[in-house]
Design a binder for this molecule. Structure first.
Ligand SMILES: Nc1ncnc2c1ncn2[C@@H]1O[C@H](COP(=O)(O)OP(=O)(O)O)[C@@H](O)[C@H]1O
Ligand SMILES: [Mg+2]
Length: 389
């Protein structure tokens, strides 16, 4: 079958797309920060924020790879509510040690020191939520760890390289853990060996990190969103062109409409269209053939399940949000439109947060958790209104 094994699109979370379209400002900012750090200047930490599937991880990975070309030694970790950052860092240190195998023995030794100084897994106790939280005794372990990172940093610098800490899903990091990392990064900012921190997280990241505020209030948060039509076209057409395949303009236009510039959808639709094409050409007919199937698949995995579980009152709340439009809305505005007080609907709001349909990007604001929820509601309006009665 033609085109199946050389499909260039990457419809999987965290995968680097064949064309990272529309993110030039973020790529440049991260590149500048890396260059500055390499020459001994302290750069503000940068955190890419955005809804799921917007391309935060892809952007972080891309920026990290670019920094490695400038000489960065990278500790890449993913924070999670299930495990401690110490455990995540342990993995990242082990990974880095293996990945940078050709690095001088001294740096390798410093990796070992850092690994040994990490709080042990035995200090991970079940937290209130039933998950695992990091509960190392205050003081010595953290201090030991910071010292070990300092040693590692000094070794890395001695060999003309610099240290980059990359933390994905940073909104899930325990505040105490993050405080240690952040303090370390800020300690180095005043020295000739600054460490760069790049992160990625959901839009509530700034609110989450508020608790570390003395350190994080001047961080640079860069929110990424849907791609503009020309960037969507670039993301779809360029990888095909590189393989000698062309998209009909009408096919591209249809994909722009179907995907609404949502990176995750772009990869899904483009990948399906690619599988459908024949003779080095993706036609409008190809796109029309795959569109209903892809849409059903995406709707069932992104929205259907969430909306099925909503009560009439909860549905009315979401319909009202959709009426106001895309983006975040004040809880007061929604309540006013519903003709009630904010307190009156606070339990509805809490339920919707619990059911993962909305979240609070900041105090007093709510926003749909999944991108393009407004469009989903518009397409299923009649049925949702009937259920909202
Ligand atoms: N700028 C972009 N252009 C095209 N596709 C992208 C872009 N950024 C990410 N993608 C694709 O979108 C999907 C989601 O990206 P991911 O980085 O996992 O999002 P997030 O981390 O925000 O949830 C992946 O399939 C990825 O390859
Ligand atoms: Mg991600």
């Amino acid at each position: 079958m033609p085109g199946v094994f050389d499909n260039p699109y990457r419809p999987a979370p965290g995968s680097l797309p064949p064309e990272l379209a529309g993110r030039t400002p973020q790529i440049s900012a991260a590149h500048y920060a890396s260059g500055l750090t390499r020459t001994g200047g302290a750069a503000q930490p940068i955190v890419f924020t955005g809804l799921r599937g917007m391309g935060k991880t892809a952007l972080l990975r891309y920026s990290v790879a670019a920094a490695e070309e400038l000489g960065a030694v990278v500790l890449y970790s993913e924070a999670s509510t299930e495990t401690s950052l110490a455990a995540a860092l342990r993995r990242s240190l082990e990974h880095a040690k293996a990945q940078y195998a050709p690095i001088p023995a001294k740096i390798r030794k410093a990796f070992d020191v850092a690994l040994r100084s990490l709080p042990k897994a035995t200090y991970e106790l079940p937290g209130d939520a039933g998950g695992i939280t990091f509960e190392a005794p205050r003081g010595e372990h953290h201090e030991g760890f910071v010292e070990a990172l300092e040693t590692l940093n000094a070794e890395v610098r001695r060999h003309d390289r610099f240290l980059l800490l990359a933390v994905d899903e940073i909104q899930d990091g325990a505040i105490n853990d993050l405080r240690v990392l952040v303090r370390f990064v800020h300690l180095t900012a005043g020295t000739a060996a600054p460490v760069l921190l790049l992160g990625a997280g959901l839009p509530n990241t700034p609110a989450h990190l508020h608790a570390v505020r003395t350190y994080t209030e001047r961080w640079r948060y860069s929110r990424i969103g849907l791609l503009a039509p020309d960037n969507t076209i670039q993301a779809i057409a360029n990888p095909a062109t590189a393989r000698g395949v062309t998209f009909e303009p009408a096919a591209l236009q249809r994909l722009v409409d179907e995907t609404a510039g949502y990176p995750f959808f772009i990869q899904e639709y483009a990948s399906a269209a690619w599988s459908e094409h024949r003779a080095k050409r993706v036609t409008l007919a190809d796109v029309e053939a795959i569109a209903p199937g892809v849409r059903n698949l995406l709707e069932s995995s992104f929205y259907d399940e969430r909306f099925r579980r909503l009560t009439p009152r909860e549905l009315r709340y979401t319909l009202c949000m959709a009426d106001i439009g895309a983006g975040s809305h004040t809880v007061g505005d929604i309540a006013a439109r519903l003709g009630v007080t904010s307190e009156n609907v606070s339990s509805v709001r809490n339920q919707l947060v619990k059911k993962d349909v909305i979240f609070a990007p900041a105090a007093g604001l709510v926003e749909f958790r999944m991108p393009l929820t407004e469009q989903y509601i518009a397409r299923h309006r009649t049925e949702l209104e009937r259920r909202a009665k």
